[in-house]
Design a protein around this ligand. Structure first.
Ligand SMILES: [Zn+2]
Length: 454
C-alpha cells in the first residue's frame, strides 16, 4: 500500500512540529506546534496550513510543549473537526498551556494591533474533541492501529506508533535524555519500517549528565557565598519540576543549607500542580519517595509567587536567592524583569539549563553577549552566565543513535526521517545513522511529501 508522509513543520528547525500520514483512506496528523524563536516566527504561525484542515481525520499529540501543540486551536479554527488523541497528562498539561498562551496572545495582539490567531472557543472545541489513552493502549481506526509509548521527555510524553497491514511507522516526538530526574527512560520502539525522529541535539553530546546535580549545587553554593541571585530561566514544563525536585533532595538531605527559592511563574505553578496529581507517570524510585511521605515539590525556603505583587517583592529580598522563572529562552515572561535587575550584578549568575534557539536573548547571553536589549532597556552584563547542558530534556546524539541501533537490531527499517533539529544537527545525525548503522536515513526538505510503502 502507498501512503504519503507530509513534513509540514519541524523540518530544518526544532519547533513547529507538524507531520501528516495520509493513507489514502484517512489523513492523520502528528502534532501541530508553534514555530518559536526568531522574529519571523509570529508571521509563520499566522499563515494558512499547507493542507485543508477540514480534510484531516485525526490528530495525535506526542506531548504538551508549545512547539508540538501551539497551533492546535488554529487548526480547529481553520476547519479541523476530527478527534484528538493523547495521553491523559498531555491533555491536562495542554489545557494549562493553552490558557497561558491565549493570555499572552491577547496582550500581544493588542500591542501589535493584529488579530489573535485563535480564540477561547477554539481551545474549548479542541479540548471537547480530545480523547485520552494510557501508554500501550491500542486505538483502532479502520485498518490502522495506533499506540502511544513512553518517550521519557516530559510528563505524559509519547512516541506515536502506527501499524497497518503488518507495517509500522513510529513518530518519536521529542525523545527524553537519560536519566531524567523524574521520568523513566524512553521505551525503545522496535520492528518499525519507518521512523520520523527528532534531532535537536543530533550533533552534540551532553557531557554533563552525570555532573549536572553537582554543577547545580556548585552554582547554588557560589550564590550563597557571594550573596547573589541565581536566575534560572526555566521551561515551565518538566525542567522546572526536575530542578525543584533536585533542590528538594539537596535541601532535605542536608547537602545544601537554607536558601530562599522562588518559583516565579504562574504557568509553572499550575504545571507543577498537574505533576503533583499525576505521580503514576514518575519513575518507580520517585513514586516510592512520594509514597514515603515526601512532597517532592516543597522544601523549606521555597515560595510560589503567583501574583505580580509577590513577584515584584522578590528583588527586595537582600539575601542570597534562587529565582526560577519563565520563559526558558528569556523570550518573554518574568525572567526578563529579573534579568534587567540582576544581569548587571557581578555577584549574580544566570544559569541556562535548556536549549536556546538562534535569535533568542538566552542564546545571545549564552554566546557571550556583554550587552543585551530587554524590553527596550540596554542591559550591560556583569553577572556570570553558565550553562548546564545535562539538564536537557532531549536525548543527545549518542542516545539518539543508540535508540535507532537498539530499535533496528532485529529488523532493518526501510527509512528513517531525521527532523525537528536545526539543519546542521539533522544532517549530522543523518550521516551518522548511515555511516554507523547502515540505516537509510534522510533529512527531508520543508513541506516535502514523500511516498512510503505503508
Ligand atoms: Zn518537547
Amino acid at each position: 500500500m502507498a501512503s504519503t508522509l507530509g513534513f509540514y513543520g519541524g523540518v530544518g528547525s526544532v519547533t513547529g512540529a507538524n507531520f501528516m500520514l495520509d493513507t489514502g483512506e484517512q489523513a492523520f496528523l502528528v502534532d501541530c506546534g508553534l514555530v518559536q524563536g526568531d522574529r519571523f516566527a509570529a508571521q509563520i504561525n499566522r499563515e494558512d496550513f499547507p493542507y485543508d484542515p477540514a480534510t484531516v481525520d485525526v490528530l495525535f499529540v506526542t506531548h504538551a510543549h508549545a512547539d508540538h501543540i501551539g497551533r492546535i486551536p488554529k487548526l480547529v479554527r481553520d476547519g479541523f473537526k476530527g478527534k484528538i488523541y493523547s495521553t491523559t497528562a498531555t491533555k491536562e498539561l495542554s489545557a494549562v498551556m493553552f490558557e497561558d498562551a491565549i493570555k499572552i496572545m491577547k496582550m500581544e495582539s493588542e500591542r501589535d494591533d493584529v488579530p489573535p490567531i485563535y480564540g477561547e472557543n477554539d481551545i474549548e472545541r479542541a479540548l471537547n474533541n480530545w480523547d485520552t489513552v494510557t501508554y500501550d493502549e491500542v486505538i483502532t481506526l479502520g485498518d490502522t492501529k495506533i499506540t502511544f509509548t513512553n518517550a521519557g521527555h516530559i510528563l505524559g510524553s509519547a512516541m506515536v506508533n502506527f501499524e497497518r497491514f503488518g507495517k509500522r511507522i513510529t513518530f518519536t516526538g521529542d525523545v527524553g535524555n537519560i536519566p531524567q530526574p523524574l521520568l523513566a527512560p524512553p521505551t525503545v520502539p522496535t520492528d518499525f519500517d519507518y521512523m520520523v525522529m527528532e534531532s535537536v541535539y543530533g550533533d552534540r553530546v551532553h557531557e554533563e549528565v552525570e555532573e549536572r546535580s553537582a554543577l547545580l549545587r556548585h552554582y547554588i553554593e557560589e550564590t550563597i557565598r557571594k550573596e547573589g541571585t541565581l536566575m534560572i530561566p526555566a521551561f515551565s514544563l518538566e525542567r522546572t519540576q526536575g530542578i525543584l525536585f533536585e533542590i528538594n533532595n539537596m535541601i532535605e538531605s542536608g547537602e545544601l543549607p537554607f536558601i530562599k527559592t522562588y518559583l516565579d511563574s504562574p504557568l509553572a505553578i499550575r504545571v507543577t500542580d498537574v505533576y503533583r496529581s499525576s505521580p503514576e507517570y514518575f519513575k518507580p524510585e520517585v513514586q516510592d519517595q512520594i509514597k514515603g511521605g515526601d512532597d517532592i515539590f516543597a522544601f523549606e525556603g521555597l515560595s510560589f509567587t503567583e501574583t505580580i505583587k509577590e513577584s515584584k517583592k522578590i528583588a527586595q529580598y537582600g539575601g542570597p536567592k534562587i529565582i526560577i522563572a519563565g520563559a526558558g529562552m528569556s523570550h518573554g515572561g518574568r525572567i526578563r524583569t529579573h534579568e534587567k535587575q540582576f544581569l548587571r550584578d557581578r555577584n549574580s549568575t544566570l544559569l541556562l539549563v535548556g536549549y536556546q534557539t538562534v535569535g533568542s536573548v538566552g542564546r545571545l547571553l549564552q554566546d557571550g553577549a556583554k550587552q543585551v536589549w530587554i524590553d527596550g532597556v540596554d542591559v550591560r552584563v556583569k553577572a556570570q552566565v553558565h550553562t548546564i547542558r545535562g539538564f536537557s530534556g532531549h536525548a543527545d546524539r549518542n542516545q539518539l543513535i543508540d535508540l535507532v541501533y537498539r530499535g533496528t537490531m532485529e529488523k532493518k527499517p526501510k527509512q528513517v526521517f531525521v527532523t525537528m533539529g536545526e539543519e546542521k544537527a539533522s544532517l549530522f545525525l543523518t550521516q551518522r545513522l548511515r555511516d554507523y548503522l547502515g540505516v537509510n536515513a534522510v533529512a527531508p526538505e520543508p513541506n516535502a511529501e514523500i511516498e512510503i510503502d505503508f
